[in-house]
Design a binder for this molecule. Structure first.
Ligand code: HEC
Ligand code: HEC
Length: 188
């Protein structure tokens, strides 16, 4: 399992990383449009929205681009992203990425799902560039994303094949593991 994950990681890291550097202060001003759902600091305000503070900027930018292009669909985010320019996406990504995620795990880290922790960390703070943090994410959100990767509704070269191997019970277990971590998002 571990070797499989590392091989995929290698493929992923060799892929194109088209990230434009954004201006965090300009992003902070734009984040007023995001605050009802993600907070100004990226702490989720509604159960269906994820925490986005402290996520890697290239990951955030790629998700906003995917919502804008229609490659990733969500009734709220598709509307929000439709009107964002490339520069605004870069600025918003820079703002939210400028926060620092701090996770505290109360469970024994050696019980962490090994297939996931190779990239997302035992405590849900990602250990490879470009993978999102899962710490403290509501389990409903994580389950929805894993099922979307499994069905192909959300596309990812890395997560598609991994999710394809997971049963509903596996999905529930890994989502609960990461939901049990406490996440604090520290402002810059
Ligand atoms: C009305 C609520 C709402 C607003 C406003 C909103 N979002 Fe979201 N956002 C969501 C929801 C719900 C999701 C989860 C979508 C899904 O399930 O795929 C999400 C997902 C995201 C993601 C993907 C995160 C991940 O971990 O994959 C990013 C990035 C994001 N939003 C950024 C923003 C930014 C930047 C703004 C402001 C310009 C914004 N959102 C405004 C509700 C909102
Ligand atoms: C080889 C590295 C790797 C492994 C192993 C891996 N992931 Fe991922 N994961 C990623 C990357 C990269 C993304 C970003 C995909 C994208 O761009 O949409 C991601 C995205 C996700 C997301 C979406 C998060 C969000 O905020 O929307 C979830 C949930 C997730 N992974 C869960 C898991 C679980 C659970 C496991 C173990 C069963 C796992 N991953 C194993 C690299 C990995």
């Amino acid at each position: 399992m571990k070797l499989f994950a590392l091989a995929l990681g290698g493929v992923f890291l060799a892929g194109p990383l088209a990230a434009q550097a954004g201006d965090p202060e300009a992003g902070r001003a734009l984040a007023g449009q995001c605050r009802t759902c993600h907070g100004l600091d990226g702490v989720a305000q509604i159960p269906v929205a994820p925490n986005i503070g402290g996520e890697p900027a290239p990951y955030l930018a790629r998700q906003l681009e995917a919502f804008r292009s229609g490659a990733r669909v969500n009734e709220m985010m598709s509307v929000v992203a439709a009107s964002l320019s490339d520069a605004q996406i870069a600025d918003l990504a820079a703002w939210y990425a400028s926060h620092r995620p701090v996770a505290s795990l109360s469970a024994d880290p050696s019980d962490a799902p090994e297939l996931c922790s190779a990239c997302h960390g035992a405590d849900g703070i990602s250990v490879i560039e470009d993978a999102p943090n899962l710490a403290g994410e509501n389990s409903i959100y994580t389950e929805t994303q894993l099922k979307a990767f499994r069905s192909g509704r959300r596309e990812s070269e890395v997560m598609g094949p991994i999710a394809a191997e997971l049963s509903d019970a596996d999905i529930r277990a890994v989502s609960d593991w990461y939901a049990a971590t406490t996440l604090e998002i520290v402002s810059p």
